[in-house]
Design a protein around this ligand. Structure first.
Ligand code: ADP
Length: 194
């Protein structure tokens, strides 16, 4: 089974592409969703985190994300602690989902991963599929259609790899500088020619 790593900067249209691929019948593994699921109440990862960081559980036993982020990003050592607890669990769950896709008879699986390049995971996939659009257009779409704050969007954009680096890592690029119809047509052509 071939793994297609789907990535793109914030506001590039990556979620739109993932949704279209789902509609076309693709098995999509959502990395953000996996990261959220492993810290749900009752999951061993949450207990481990609560052992390593103080006061990160709310009164109902769920994760106080803001408090965890405050502590975990305060020092490089704390960030390492966070990653050493969460990364192996994320990898294990992701691999499990890949096996599920294979067992269900899929010849490809789409791994939807915003930080594929930032996290050095390019070599773990067979094809890097990048959704691309100019920075200013991405900012405008997020501000206009999602009502996000422009300064906040620009800060988040600056924390990711730049457009050139992402494009250099791409095997296939979906150009989302046009309208949604054009994007969907490119996704369909990619999927049919996979
Ligand atoms: P990402 O997952 O990469 O952050 P989304 O797919 O959520 O991006 O797209 C960001 C926003 O821009 C969404 O509100 C989406 O509907 C809108 N959008 C995406 N592509 C286009 C396009 N080609 N034309 C107009 N709006 C778009």
């Amino acid at each position: 089974m071939r793994i297609i790593g789907l990535t793109g900067g914030i506001g590039s249209g990556k979620s739109t592409v993932a949704e279209r691929l789902r509609q076309k019948g693709a098995f999509v593994v959502d990395a953000d969703k996996v990261a959220r699921e492993i810290v749900e109440p009752g999951q061993p990862t949450l207990a481990e985190l609560a052992g390593a960081f103080d006061g990160i559980l709310t009164t109902d036993g769920s994760l106080d994300r803001a408090e965890l982020a405050r502590q975990a990003f305060a020092t490089p050592e704390a960030t390492d602690t966070l990653n050493s607890i969460t990364h192996p669990r994320i990898r294990a769950r992701t691999s499990e989902l890949f096996r599920e896709a294979e067992a269900a008879g899929h010849d490809v699986v789409v791994y939807d991963m915003p930080l594929l390049i930032e996290n050095g995971e390019v070599d773990t996939v067979d094809t890097v599929l990048v959704v691309d659009a100019p920075d200013d257009l991405r900012v405008r779409r997020l501000v206009e259609s999602r009502g996000l704050d422009e300064d906040d969007v620009r800060r988040r954009l600056a924390a990711q790899v730049d457009r050139e680096t992402r494009l250099a890592a791409a095997d296939v690029v979906l150009d989302n500088s046009g309208d949604l119809e054009s994007l969907v047509a490119q996704v369909d052509a990619f999927w049919e020619g996979r």
